[in-house]
Design a protein around this ligand. Structure first.
Ligand SMILES: [Zn+2]
Length: 231
């Protein structure tokens, strides 16, 4: 797909529109997975330090983006209310294509949304974002230990986290936050294994899929897993 040029400063000017984005840290359309990851991590560092720039959140950006979006990353994260994607990575409108489910569990809709971000919107980076004290991982652990499954569709979430918990336990991992890291790694692996669109782009070096573990207390995101060229 040919990138749709967007001007943040002069949305009505054709000449400026042809020059691409001109405002904020993600101005140039990113095609390099390693650079996209750097932008994410730099934004997270600003958030952690308490010095966010809140880029790309003004009326000019909103207007400029109305005709088309060109996000530079797909963020597939846990739905936890403390993991607000644009806030914790200090990004703005049009920067991230966000897909979130409890415990970042995958199903057809989540996989389809992630594939859309990569194959239609041309995002060079997919980030799987998990976190310590994840309620979905805790629910899967509790249901295993107590031998009782939750009712309703919460059961579907627990069932999709359970393989990661079993895998962690088989490896002798008992610490709940270490089990979260296993679940993040398994989710990254699962995306690449199940999505041919993702796997092909990773093999070509056009896309990276990484797993980040977020600490609720200090807000820091840590790399725990990577497929593809992230340097
Ligand atoms: Zn969670």
């Amino acid at each position: 797909m040919i990138p749709t040029p967007i001007s943040a400063s002069e949305p009505d000017s054709e000449s400026d529109a042809a020059s691409g984005l001109t405002d904020g840290p993600t101005d140039d359309f990113l095609t390099d997975p390693a650079q996209a990851l750097r932008v994410m991590m730099e934004g997270n560092a600003r958030f952690v330090s308490g010095n966010p720039e809140h880029p790309n959140q003004d009326a000019g950006r909103r207007t400029a983006l109305a005709p088309a979006q060109r996000p530079f990353a797909v963020l597939f994260g846990c739905s936890d209310s403390r993991l607000a994607a644009e806030i914790i990575f200090d990004q703005g409108l049009g920067d991230l294509f966000v897909v979130r489910t409890a415990g970042h569990v995958t199903g057809a809709e989540a996989l389809g949304s992630i594939e859309y971000g990569v194959s239609v919107l041309d995002c060079p980076l997919v980030v799987v974002l998990g976190h310590d004290s994840c309620g979905a991982v805790a629910a899967a652990l509790d249901s295993l230990e107590q031998g009782r499954m939750p009712s309703g569709f919460v059961r579907d979430v627990v069932e999709r986290v359970t393989p990661s918990v079993l895998s962690a336990k088989a490896a002798g991992i008992e610490d709940r936050d270490a089990i979260v890291d296993v679940h993040i790694r398994q989710t990254v692996d699962l995306l690449v294994e199940r999505s041919q669109a993702l796997a092909a782009r990773v093999a070509e070096g056009k896309v990276a899929v990484v797993g980040l573990s977020y600490r609720l207390l200090d807000g820091r995101a840590r790399l725990v897993s990577a497929h593809g060229p992230v340097g």
